[in-house]
Structure formats: C-alpha cells, structure tokens
Design a protein around this ligand. Structure first.
Ligand code: ADP
Ligand code: ZN
Length: 529
C-alpha cells in the first residue's frame, strides 16, 4: 500500500482540510466527530446528502487503529473505497466479490495495522472467522451505516443487522456509531435498543429538504399526468419515476419512450446485466428518466436528480421521504411529484388485509398508510405535515403545492351523509355492500344496466347526489377513506362505515373537504366549477 502520513492524534479540522479539501465542518459534523474521537458512542440521524461519511471517517483517521464500516451496499463499496484512496486514505473492503488472494491481502494489511478504513458487509461480520480476524487487529471506531436496516418494521430490514449489537462484546471501549437517513421516533428508539447503543449521544439533524418542492395531485390518468409533469420540467432533467409493480414499470417506461423521452426500466425481475446497464446510463448520461420499483435507489449517489415522481401511493411516509429524498442532493431546486387516487387506497388496504403476520403487524401497516393518506389529503403545508411525522415542528414552507396554491375547501357534511346513508340502506334493506363505482352510480342516478338489473334505482337515495360529478364523488370517497369515515374491505374494496362514521351521520363531526384541482403543474383545470 502507498506510504502516507499518519493522521493519528491529528486535529480533526486539519484532516478535513488535508484529506477532503473542505473548508469547514457542516451542521453537527464537528460535534459528532469530537464526541466520537473522545470515545463516545453516537446515533446519527441525518438526511441523505447531509454529510454522514465525514462523521465516521475523520474519527477513524484521527484515532489509532482501523475504522470498521458496516454497510449493506456491497455494490457501492468498491466506488466508496476508490474515492477514499484517491484522497490518500488507506481503505479496503471485505465482501463476497473478492477473490481468495485479494481477501488474504486485505486481512494481512488489517492485521499489520496498515488500514485506515475497512468496509464490511453485515453478512460477513456474522461469519465467526471474520469476527476472529477483527479481534486480532485493532479497531478505532465501528460505524454501522444504514442503521435503519435493523428495524423489522421498515422495508429495508436485514436480519444480519440484528446481531450487530454483539460487537460491543468483542470490542469493548471502541466507540460505535449508528447512522441513518431514515428514522421516525420509533425506528430511532429501535436502533438504540437493538444495536445496544444505550449510552450513545443522539445527533438528530433537521430532515427538511428545502430545495425539494412537494406536489401531490389526484390521479385521473396517471400516464398522461406524469407526461405533463415531466414536460413541465426543464428539458433534459434527470428523474426517477416510482411505480409499484414490475409490469407497470415496464409499461410506463415504454410509454415515455414512445413520447420521445429517454426512459429506462429498473426492477428486480430484469436481468442483472440489464439492470446494471440501465443504472450506469442513469448515473452517467444526462436527462435519463429511470422508471423503477423501490428496488432502485438505495445508495444511488446521483446529486443532480431533478425530480422524483410517484404514480402509485407509497406504503408509508418514511418510504415516501426516503424516495423523494433522492431528488436534489446537490441542493438545487427539485420536485417531488405524485399522483394518487381512490384505487391506490383500495389496493393498499387490500394488500394489508392479505399480508401475513399478526394483527399487531397489520395494524402497524394500517397506521403507516393512514399517515401517508393524511399527507396526501392535507389542506395545510405538505412539508409541515411531513416534518411533523418525524417529530419536527415548522412553519408553512411556501414551497409546496398547498402553500403555493392553497386548496379550496368545502363543507362535505351533506355529501358524506348521502354516501353513508346509501351504504347503510343497502346493508339494511338488501344485505349488500358495494365498491365506490356502484355507490357513485346510485348517488348520481346513473341508469346503467347494472343499476336496473339490481333495482338500485328503487333506493330512496337514488339520484340524490347528482349535483356532484363522478370525479367529485371519487374525491369525496378518497378523503373519507383517509379520515376513517369509510373503510374499504375485501378483494373488491367494498365500502363500509369506519370509526368516524357515527359522528358524521349525526352531523356532529365537521367534514371540511378539499376541492381537487388537477394539473397544478401546468394549466390548472378545476374539476368543479
Ligand atoms: P450522506 O452519506 O449523509 O448522504 P455524504 O457523506 O455522501 O452524505 O455527503 C454528501 C455530500 O456533501 C458529498 O458530496 C460530500 O462531499 C459533501 N460534504 C460532506 N461534508 C462536507 C463539508 N464539511 N464541506 C463540504 N462538503 C461536504
Ligand atoms: Zn408548504
């Protein structure tokens, strides 16, 4: 390995200047570094792009011994290590991609005390041989990156993370750090508990990403809306479009290509070589739109992603925050855009009902979905709602759709009562339950074949909601679902009375609803006059 000066015992700021060429520490970086250099444990919550790497790399250089970095992102280790070596840092990694002789060389260098940093995949660490090897050398700091992977409630859960708490037994006295860009208060507490970081100091940076503009609009025709949104962005903008299924990923990518956009698909069902090729085109070329499932993005370091679009509803606010957070890491203006509709809500509820796991687990999923719906349906500032979810209070931001164009609201009590009483009558008089489509046809007095056949035109509520359009009613249903006035059940999403229905039927609960405004990005078209 290349000879270099040792930074053992050096001043952190000197290391920051000489190794990275940065003028000063940012945010909490200096405090975190000082705390860890002095031997303290730390839990670091910092949004993506906040500068977490420096907080463990500098202590690793300043303290004697090798800094151990546990990271699940094997695909990125090579690049991370190369970047460090380019700065004169002696860094190596141990993962399944190394050949036998390469691994032997890294192990030798580690034992000889020649490494500043050693990146290891969690599954490696759970091999007894690796633990034994590490014990024979000397560690300066242990950094567990992407620490939210320890949470069984999150969608990035890795069983290998569960045993990382044991590292404290192998290396008493070595400061340990857990770092993540994703954590609600729940996951935060779970990280501390599972990684046995009881005495760690917590460094929680603001999760606000002021350069990201949040926009959520009701879904009517997802593809056309998406196309309109992308066309409203500066030409050649790179972006990510998230969709739920592999099939819709492929269809949307094809549709966008057909419209002349440089769009590529990415999902776990594609051949590894296709995935790698698409990813590297996205990283390398300008103006590529990656249409992907959530399999894409973790650890992708592309600073100039100008937009992230969702055509399906994410399962949780955490997921939404993490995915949208891939936009604008360079600090330049970026947009997080989403279209969501009634069908999304019905589909997600169905997935929860069908999910494996006990009642408590399903309830947890339901709470995640409810928080996501509340964000979608809020008449207040999106950012305030989003940050509130992470326990932060903030003022209205002025950079989200509801701040820029405050939504009109209207008193939805009467429409809600009409809908609820239709549901109640069908249930009482006929013992029947229906989904939104049929209920709306009844309310609007539509004379469809199905209405006639089922004699739904004989119901007392037939036609009492003809003052609202089909689209308006869908919006009402969506918002009532979000507030648990309604619940969607079963495979077909039949609507039933939710917990909050009683108060509405009695006229005790006010029902302020937002009027949907479509196409806020371009020429705005009101659904209702
Ligand atoms: P994270 O891991 O939190 O997503 P990184 O550690 O990758 O963030 O840092 C994000 C970006 O900020 C990188 O481009 C990095 O070079 C830069 N950066 C980090 N700390 C500083 C600093 N003190 N001064 C200037 N740039 C910094
Ligand atoms: Zn706002």
């Amino acid at each position: 390995s290349a000879p270099r000066r040792s930074f053992d015992g050096a001043d952190p700021l000197t290391v920051l200047h000489e190794v990275y060429g940065y003028g000063a520490f940012r945010g909490d970086q200096a405090d975190i570094v000082a705390h860890v250099v002095a031997g303290g444990d730390a839990i670091v919550l910092m949004p993506t792009g906040g500068g977490k790497s420096v907080t463990y790399q500098v202590p690793a250089l300043v303290r004697p011994g090798t800094g151990l970095v546990v990271s699940p992102l094997i695909a990125l280790m090579h690049d991370q290590v190369e970047a460090l070596r380019a700065n004169g840092v002696r860094a190596e990694y141990l993962n399944s991609t190394l050949s036998g002789p390469e691994r032997a060389r890294v192990e030798r260098e580690y034992l000889a005390g020649e490494l500043d940093l050693l990146y290891v995949a969690p599954e490696r660490l759970n091999v007894p041989d690796t633990r034994a090897l590490l014990r024979r050398g000397s560690l300066s700091v242990i950094a567990i990156d992407e620490a939210h992977c320890v949470s069984q409630w999150g969608h990035d859960f890795r069983p290998d993370y569960l045993v990382l708490g044991d590292l404290v037994d192998d290396f008493p006295g070595v400061p340990r750090m857990a770092l993540t860009a994703t954590a609600t208060r729940e996951t935060h507490a779970e990280i501390g508990r599972r990684l046995r970081l009881d005495d760690a100091r917590h460094f929680v940076a603001s999760f606000d990403r002021p350069n990201i503009q949040y926009r959520i609009e009701p879904k009517t025709d997802a593809r056309r809306q998406l196309l309109g949104f992308i066309r409203s962005q500066p030409e050649g903008s790179a972006g990510i479009v998230y969709a739920l299924s592999r099939k819709s990923v492929e269809q949307i990518a094809e549709y966008l290509r057909g419209q002349g956009l440089d769009a590529l698909p990415y999902h776990a069902g594609l051949d590894v070589s296709v995935r790698a090729a698409n990813q590297s085109r996205f990283l390398r070329d300008e103006g590529v739109v990656m249409v992907a499932t959530i399999a894409f993005g973790m650890g992708i370091d592309k600073p100039d992603v100008r937009f992230v679009a969702h055509v399906d509803l994410p399962k949780s606010v955490e997921g939404y925050y993490q995915e949208t957070g891939r936009a604008g890491r360079d600090g330049e203006a970026s947009v997080a855009w989403m279209a969501y509709g009634l069908a999304d809500v019905v589909q997600q509820r169905r997935l929860i009902e069908q999910s494996e796991g006990d009642l408590a687990h399903r309830r947890r999923l339901q709470q995640h979905l409810d928080a996501m719906l509340a964000l979608c349906e809020t008449v207040g500032c999106r950012r305030q709602n989003l940050l509130g979810y992470f326990g932060e209070t903030s003022a209205p931001c002025g950079n989200c759709d509801t701040c820029l164009t405050p939504p009109d609201t209207f008193d939805g009590l009467v429409p809600a009562q009409k809908l609820l009483s239709t549901i109640v009558r069908l249930q009482r008089e006929r013992g029947q339950a229906y989904g939104a489509g049929q209920l709306i046809d009844i309310l609007r007095g539509a004379r469809t074949a199905r209405i006639t056949q089922l004699r739904h035109d004989e119901l007392a509520t037939f036609g009492i909601g003809s003052d609202l359009s089909d689209q308006d009613w869908r919006s009402v249903v969506r918002q009532l679902l979000a507030r648990e006035v309604l619940i969607a059940q079963g495979e077909y999403g039949t609507l039933g009375l939710g917990e909050a229905a009683g108060g509405v039927l009695r006229g005790e609960t006010p029902v302020p609803l937002r009027r949907d405004v479509l196409g806020r990005a371009g020429g705005s078209t009101r659904v209702r006059k």
